[in-house]
Design a protein around this ligand. Structure first.
Ligand SMILES: *[C@@H]1O[C@H](CO)[C@@H](O)[C@H](O)[C@H]1NC(C)=O
Ligand SMILES: *[C@@H]1O[C@H](CO)[C@@H](O)[C@H](O)[C@H]1NC(C)=O
Ligand SMILES: *[C@@H]1O[C@H](CO)[C@@H](O)[C@H](O)[C@H]1NC(C)=O
Ligand SMILES: *[C@@H]1O[C@H](CO)[C@@H](O)[C@H](O)[C@H]1NC(C)=O
Length: 541
């Protein structure tokens, strides 16, 4: 797609470096004279590890996926690469074979490579740079005094090293600029020796053979998938006289490095020999590689990351909206309210009916709360919604019961109470909407038309009629307790209707009202109420 495969050059450099200082070359892997060793897995191997680890199954992991690190493993003691102890003899022939695997981060994006090295000094290795330098050197041009000979397997394309591509094998001396290189692959042992390409970062185990012949000064490198017999045709052969490179002794081992990508480098087996072919590896005794999950695609990963980020945000937003809605429209429901269900309005409906209790819909703001005009959708009707704060712990049950009872009152001079809604600390009462508002407006406001006497008389008659109904005619005695002009509403035909039963109390006809507190509006209280402290139908009158 849009991602052009980066040309990351991951060379596998086999750098052989001869350092002629000390004589004490010792062997490993059970050999007696220090000339050769073989490890089929590294469980019992005596290796010096720098950043690398040997896993419990014997797998040597040079780098573990951490970026900008290097990992090295080498034979603990330097090997004697020249015949004479004082370093003046000819460079000896040597041979090595090993099995490696590179776990790139992405299938379609090349990663950092690894190398098998022979180096004169450990110090040089420990100061070398990670990234494209493979932990072998830290200068682009190389340094002849480094005394490093290398054959590289490179999985990055570095123009500065004049790499041929991002998947090649190379042979280098003192520098990552290869003296010879070839595409990673092998010539099959068939009739025509057809070339089979190999991907170094494919996470598949591959075997490498490297040989130096002291007579011809020829280096050969061959590579093949693990299990495929050594190809007759070598992949790469270069003539390099190592006598100018090798000193008397050198360390042999592996180096790999990561840069910005989390590559893992593994070595499964390794054998080495001076003066003779490297001991054969036992393919059936190798440690297992980590599970071969198919390498991820960078493109797929980006798409997946975007998709999951989108999904997570969508869920978060959805959750936020859900919680907000829950909070916005939350109500208080209790078990005892179930019988009053038909009288209950949902807060959401009232909220929408009053356009969110907007100030445009505000009809009146009184001592007990604000009244809003609303337009219910189902059934479509105009209502007045009184919204008042309410301490839900105080006799709310009785109050709601009375509200519902009052809702059963039917009289043409009473504003019908349609129902209620409860929220935390809030109570909403829903009434019929009275088009002409409250009587107070006509009596006390200069802007309203003056009521003529016949209208006034009719209104008073209406209120009186409703009081008679409340006190005498209905099945129970309802004491309104707050009769005043503000609570008398005028319908479209200017009929007076008693409204706002917010304080009303209901009593049986036999019993006298008993209450411990005085309710009502100062200035409208019956005089005896303050003395007796108990409301009666007379206090309404
Ligand atoms: C590993 O090799 C070093 C150097 O030859 C030696 O000093 C050390 O004793 C060896 N360790 C083991 C466990 O063989
Ligand atoms: C990976 O290797 C680096 C360098 O050796 C080390 O610092 C880091 O702790 C290792 N991480 C894990 C998870 O093993
Ligand atoms: C190195 O050793 C060889 C044989 O032991 C000897 O012939 C030669 O002179 C020595 N060279 C030096 C520079 O010591
Ligand atoms: C190779 O390894 C297998 C499993 O460990 C073992 O059974 C077999 O004997 C080994 N072969 C040789 C030639 O050592």
């Amino acid at each position: 797609m849009l991602l052009e495969p980066y040309h990351l050059v991951a060379p596998l450099l086999l750098i052989l470096m001869a350092a002629g200082r000390c004589l004490a070359a010792t062997g490993g892997g059970g050999t007696s004279d220090g000339r050769q060793f073989a490890y089929n897995g590294f469980t019992a191997a005596n290796l010096t590890l720098e950043g690398a680890v040997v896993k419990s199954n014997g797998l040597l992991m040079l780098t573990n996926g951490t970026i900008q690190t290097k990992g090295q493993a080498f034979h603990p003691s330097p090997l004697m690469f020249r015949a004479e102890a004082n370093g003046t003899g000819a460079v000896r022939s040597f041979s090595t074979t090993f099995v490696f695997a590179i776990y790139g981060q992405y299938a379609d994006l090349s990663s950092h490579g690894m190398a098998f090295f022979v180096s004169a000094s450990r110090e040089l290795l420990s100061t070398a740079s990670p990234g494209q330098f493979l932990g072998l050197t830290d200068t682009d041009g190389g340094n002849p005094s480094d005394h490093i000979f290398a054959v590289e397997l490179d999985t990055l394309f570095n123009a500065e090293f004049r790499d041929i591509n991002s998947n090649h094998v190379g042979v280098d001396v003192d520098s990552l600029v290869s003296l010879g290189s070839a595409d990673a692959g092998y010539y099959a042992n068939d009739d025509i020796g057809s070339f089979q390409k190999l991907s170094l970062i494919s996470r598949k185990a591959m075997q490498v053979w490297v040989d130096y012949d002291k007579r011809t000064t020829e280096i050969t490198v061959t590579i093949a998938p693990l299990g495929v017999p050594r190809p007759y045709l070598t992949l790469l052969q270069t003539t390099i006289d190592l006598s100018g490179v090798m000193q008397s002794t050198a360390y042999v081992g592996f180096s790999s490095a990561t840069g910005v990508l989390t590559t893992r480098h593994f070595v499964l087996a390794w054998s080495f020999a001076l003066d003779s072919p490297a001991p054969a590896l036992n393919i059936s005794a190798l440690p297992a590689l980590p599970p071969l999950v198919s390498p991820k695609s960078k493109v797929l990963e980006i798409v997946l990351a975007l998709a999951s980020a989108t999904l997570v945000s969508a869920i978060a937003i959805g959750f936020y909206v859900f919680v907000r809605r829950r909070l916005k429209y939350s109500e208080v429901h209790e078990d005892w309210e179930v019988p009053f269900g038909p009288n209950r309005f949902s807060y959401k409906d009232l909220f929408h009916a009053t356009e969110g209790f907007s100030n445009n819909n505000l009809l009146d703001r009184g001592g007990f709360g604000s009244v809003y005009k609303g337009m219910l959708r189902k059934p479509a009707m105009e209502v007045a919604v009184k919204r008042m704060s309410h301490d839900s712990r105080q006799g709310v049950r009785e109050f709601i019961a009375e509200v519902v009872s009052i809702g059963r009152l039917r009289h043409r001079n009473i504003t019908q109470l349609l129902g209620y809604c409860r929220r935390k600390g809030e109570l909403l009462l829903v009434y019929d909407y009275m088009k002409n508002g409250s009587l107070k407006k006509y009596l006390h406001s200069r802007n309203s038309p003056t009521l003529c006497w016949s209208q006034r008389y009719s209104i008073i008659k209406g209120v009186a009629s409703s009081l008679l109904y409340l006190h005498e005619e209905w099945e129970q005695v309802v004491i309104h307790r707050d009769i005043k002009a503000n609570n008398v509403l005028l319908d479209s035909k200017m009929n007076g209707r008693l409204g706002d039963f917010g304080l009303a109390r209901i009593y049986d006809h036999e019993n006298t009202a008993e209450t411990t507190h005085v309710a009502g509006t100062m200035g409208y209280l019956a005089p005896e109420l303050s003395r007796k402290g108990r409301p009666t139908p007379f206090s309404d009158v």
